[in-house]
Design a protein around this ligand. Sequence first.
Ligand code: GDD
Ligand code: MN
Length: 360
Amino acid sequence: MAAAGASLALLHFGFPLAYYAYLTRRRDLGVEAGPSYTPRVDVVLPTYMEAGKIASKLDEIYGQDYPRDKLRVIVVDGASPDGTAEAAERWAEAHRDMRVSVVREPARRGKGSALNDALRLADGEVVVVADADARWIGRSALRRAVSYLADPAVGAVTCVKSAERAGPAGAESAYRRFYDEVRIAESAVHSTPIFHGELAAFRRSLVESFPLDVGADDSWTALSIALRGYRAVAAPDVECVEAVPARGYFRWRVRRAQHLLQAFAKALPRIRGAPPRLRPVLAAEAHLHLLNPWLLAAGVALLAAAAALGSAPAALLLAAGAAATALRPYRAWMVMQAALMAAALRNLRSRELVWRKDEK
Ligand code: GDD
Ligand code: MN
């Protein structure tokens, strides 16, 4: 029993390490970015309860070095009771030199349907989805992101991220650094299946609609584009800052994990038809999200049972595992495993497609 438990734990840790080794040294995206490529762009800002943030987000877009006559912003507000739509309208009144449309949904219906409302209005070649409460770094973020779409092989582009608040015990920033590296390496192989709502740019002709059954609208849309053979890449020179909630950190992580699991569960059955270079990435990420956490849980359960029955090596392994939580990356990894398992269980009850707005 102790040996079986140890083997499962070894598999759990060995798998991501092997995947990391496979990805390492892959950095060159092999994309022909066109810095002067400036097609017409619709920037979509879905909003719910963003009265305090919408004006500065619009300022940030206004300050971008993208040609303003090629730019249009579509704010879709989900009937926020805090005056978000009014704040956006006031901003638009005061900045008539940028095209801004404010759509008011009659009721809150979730981010996905807000994006679809915007898509019906969008008329540019590129649609960029952005969270209203997250920041882009620098004035060139939009132009750089769009420049990757100059390459006809690329269908979707996302940013890399840093966290505003470090998260409990630095967990958030510790795992972010590692995550960005993986996103870029996957993009170099073919595509990264994990996109970021802070900035997700899509070739509009490839987006028929945004999903209403998957919370991770960004990742699913990128995956569906990659499954059709176009590349979905993370741009190393496009950085976003995400806002991490002040309270309820774990609950927030669980909800986002729920949404990502939904995207992988929907993509996995289509893996046979995927472009060959995407297959190992999709298989590995689906495994890491859907299955790998449970190997750890099973391993720990077996080791605990063995230790209870008097196995000294099992007790020693468990103690070592507990002691290792002193290391930040290890602790961040454990938090993620717990979030993924909690997410899988919660998905059985509710998909959380309309979620609590956290204070950030
Ligand atoms: N119109 C509309 N209706 N907008 C909404 C709704 C809604 O019901 N719910 C959320 N939004 C807006 C928010 O105002 C924000 O601009 C954006 O959608 C993201 O929502 P947040 O509540 O800020 O979620 P987050 O910061 O955790 O977002 C991350 O995870 C989500 C999936 O769990 C981002 O990556 C999102 O893009 C992603 O969808
Ligand atoms: Mn947010």
